[in-house]
Design a protein. Sequence first.
Length: 411
Amino acid sequence: METIDLIKYESLGDALTLSQNTSTYANAQAIRAEAIADNTKHIGDYNADYVYSVNNLVQWDSGIYICIQEADGIEPSNTSYWTLIYSFKELITNTNTEYLNAKEIADGSEYKGQWAQAAIGSPYLKYNTVVDDNAYYICLVTHHGVSTRPLDDATNWSKILSIKESIDKADLVSANSEYKGLHTSAIPYLRYNTVQYESALYIAIQDVITSIPITNTSYWVKTLDFKAIYDAVVLAEQNAVDAYNSIGDGISDGALKDVNNKIDEVDLLIANDIATAISDTNDARDLANTSANNLKSRGEWEIGQTYYKNNIVTSSSSTFICKFIDDLGHLAATINNPVDGANKDTYWDLVVDVTTSINTVNDLVDSLSGVFFISDIGVNSIKLTTSGEASIALSSIVVEGETIETAIITY
């Protein structure tokens, strides 16, 4: 209970009056709270002959309404007396929409092979996938095949994977990875060219026209700073000299020799680190060039051909990339067939298996019952869920090494 300070008031009567007013207010609030609690209850279906109090709940026209002022014969559609707090009709509508969207994805997720102008009775469905000009496309709108191929039809198709573009990019890296000597703003440079400026190496991240300074980070990125390495060596030597000087003039010849030996050891360690760093950089560059040269399409896999790491082949409507590391490559034989060879996992990685992915989607959808909800539509996958807790990936495309242009599906 609150203690009343009588000093604040002129008399005991004033204090008693305040106390009585406080008690009266508290009682009124308690009565109000009790009334709210008593009235907040579900009365059932709306009845025009019933007088409803504030906070009464009724069900009317597929919804739950709460009374906001006393209503006698006034239907819940009158927003001055009622507020809708839950709509079963809206829930059912949303659920049906999500189910129909999920069914459309499942029905359309089928690989149709090489694109061709479809017959009038055989349209391409939304989410069908085809191949055209060495690239995969997904259908955006159900339509009959027209003369315009997916390569030139951004209205009906969207590119999801282009092996040709990946190979072209690798070829560009290989062709332009060249050291151009000392930098000068008087000549242009190509993307991936490397130059020296002062005591550092820079690489061009896009084609550079004349007059662009090396300090423009939209065009150049520093890759190795020899000055920073040299400064570290000088600092280490200076620290050793300072340590020697702090000892004083009384240092013995033997101690001085030990200090000099330590300085020589530091110099040798740093020199070795620099040499190792340069050697590792050269090795990495050589490996990158080799990988880029090998990253190319070899067409259909064939027994008797020699394949190298990063070679790309197709077999049984799927695309594979060679991962065997031997510089001499490997001779294609039944045992290393990328589809069903006993040693396929030693030699090949699967890049795209559209047919298997689509069959898996259809099997999953056929095996489930109930209402499906779309839990996520991403760049690389479309997911369904039945409970809001577990997601099922309908389709997924993963390409390692380079960023491939993809399509975001929305509706």
